[in-house]
Design a protein around this ligand. Structure first.
Ligand code: ADP
Ligand code: MG
Length: 294
């Protein structure tokens, strides 16, 4: 395309609320065969609420569980952590947080910390191994929508909880539009399979491929595989855990309002409005620009 066409494309993108880092980006974008989306914070709002929290042993009362969970999660900046801290504040009288020693983050798994010399682990199924617990506790009669979480005191399971997040307005429409344009769509998430499938259902099953339980390096490998099998990949994500995959994709798109700084730095385009509907729009713009040879 000509410099004039590129310049016009920049102007149009800026009007749409998109920050594009270079003229080549449009050329690459026009070739997109697959659009891969992160789930939490990209397709969904990334604003969790706690729908259920239960104690699993008589020795650990609800106020104790809430107190420990909120003390440890107040050290974490994960969107799930703030949901748990808010829930604890609303459902019990929390004095000042308990002193937490040796706080540790297990990326893609959860967190742990020591209170009064006893170690507590909070996270998904994988955290059970960190706690050296024999088994993942049964959630019993919990409604099976959303993200399940577990709490361990040393190796003893003491609590289970369920977190819920909603899709962004425009996510379903944006993905359907991409399909109508002939593109494949995929979801890449660190969250559990059940949470991923629930989101897929909320999107009216418009997303074809779902990859769950991924660590950041698994997201990279998935993008590489998609490139090999399908062709040019555009990846959309918001988190620190998406940054390597955004960098390896043919085009990386980050979320502007809630996204992490590192995701914005490694991406080629930033959606200033967090609106997924802008993804098919910018690809259409790139396609029409690349057709303008003179
Ligand atoms: P994603 O943003 O793709 O869902 P993350 O790597 O941020 O992936 O998290 C993956 C999973 O690890 C979460 O779905 C959750 O189950 C667990 N997890 C991570 N951090 C925490 C935390 N602070 N508290 C509870 N669970 C956590
Ligand atoms: Mg995310």
């Amino acid at each position: 395309s000509t410099p004039v066409a590129t310049f016009c494309a920049f102007l149009k993108a800026a009007k749409m609320g998109l920050f594009v880092k270079g003229g080549d980006v449009f050329e690459d974008l026009a070739k997109t065969k697959v659009v891969a989306f992160d789930k939490t914070g990209t397709i969904t709002r990334g604003e969790f609420s706690v729908t259920e929290l239960k104690t699993l042993t008589a020795e650990v009362t609800m106020p104790m569980l809430l107190y420990w969970v909120s003390s440890i999660e107040s050290k974490s900046s994960h969107p799930m952590a703030s949901a748990l801290v808010d829930y604890a504040r609303r459902n019990s009288i929390i004095p000042k947080p308990e002193q937490v020693d040796g706080f540790h983050i297990y990326p893609g798994e959860g967190v742990s910390g020591e209170i009064n010399g006893r170690r507590i682990y909070i996270g998904n199924k994988r955290i059970a191994m960190r706690a050296q617990s024999e088994a993942v506790p049964q959630s019993g009669d919990m409604k099976e929508v959303g993200t399940e979480g577990y709490v361990f005191l040393d190796a003893i399971p003491i609590g289970v909880f369920l977190l819920f997040d909603t899709c962004r307005t425009g996510a379903k429409k944006g993905i359907e539009e991409l399909k109508a344009m002939g593109m494949k769509t995929a979801m890449l998430t660190g969250d559990s399979e059940s949470a991923a499938l629930y989101t897929q259902k909320q999107l009216g099953n418009s997303i074809e491929a779902v990859y769950s339980g991924l660590f950041p390096e698994d997201k990279v490998r998935t993008v590489e595989d998609l490139k090999k099998e399908q062709g040019s990949v555009t990846m959309v994500g918001d988190g620190m855990n998406d940054a390597p995959a955004l960098a390896i994709a043919n085009v990386g798109i980050s979320m502007g309002i809630s996204g992490s700084a590192v995701a914005m730095e490694t991406s080629h385009i930033t959606l200033m409005s967090n609106d997924i509907c802008k993804v098919p729009k910018i690809i259409k713009l790139a396609r029409s620009m690349s057709r303008k040879i003179v």
